[in-house]
Design a binder for this molecule. Sequence first.
Ligand SMILES: CC(C)(COP(=O)(O)OP(=O)(O)OC[C@H]1O[C@@H](n2cnc3c(N)ncnc32)[C@H](O)[C@@H]1OP(=O)(O)O)[C@@H](O)C(=O)NCCC(=O)NCCS
Length: 169
Amino acid sequence: MISLAPLERSQDHTVAHIAPFPDQILFVGTVEEIFREPPDRFDLHQILMETAPGETTPVGVFKIDRHYHISFPVAPAGEIGMRALIIDSRVQGKGVGTAAMRALAPYLAPLYPQASFVYLTVNFRNLGALSVYAKAGFENTGDTWPHGAAGPQAVMRHPLRSPTPAEPT
Ligand SMILES: CC(C)(COP(=O)(O)OP(=O)(O)OC[C@H]1O[C@@H](n2cnc3c(N)ncnc32)[C@H](O)[C@@H]1OP(=O)(O)O)[C@@H](O)C(=O)NCCC(=O)NCCS
């Protein structure tokens, strides 16, 4: 059972054990780095796994960029972006990432009521991440972000709001 929750900057010790595999750092950075992001722009969030009834342990982190278009002008102003998704290497490949990304839109929607979409970019070589995002309902925008540290990236987005039902005629 996977859930998502805000991560306060004072909680850094609770997620310090989370790390990607060394060869994944190129794609995503480290948990330590996300705590250096300015709070006026970045919110931190954690991915929790239920280990016993009523008991959870953090197994992943990500950050939400509230001004994503400043770094990624492929997204319109006002939309949010998810960055630095890291699932701890010890639990990768067990469905945690897919469950977390399926839970993402319903979790973010009430927290960011001004946004219509959550955007992300993902390296074309990061096949595991591409598979997880597709399974969780992210769509390719068709844009390519060419400036990724590890090479070109696909631009994906997921709606945060249900389409308004059509007016009865
Ligand atoms: C990418 C990441 C978030 C996925 O999390 P996870 O918990 O391992 O994902 P899951 O176990 O839910 O699913 C992994 C899926 O990717 C697939 N996958 C893994 N490696 C793959 C590869 N090289 N090629 C194709 N598919 C791959 C698996 O088969 C699985 O799909 P399945 O359930 O259909 O079999 C995690 O691996 C991670 O933190 N990676 C390092 C950081 C990173 O790259 N973050 C994303 C930056 S955009």
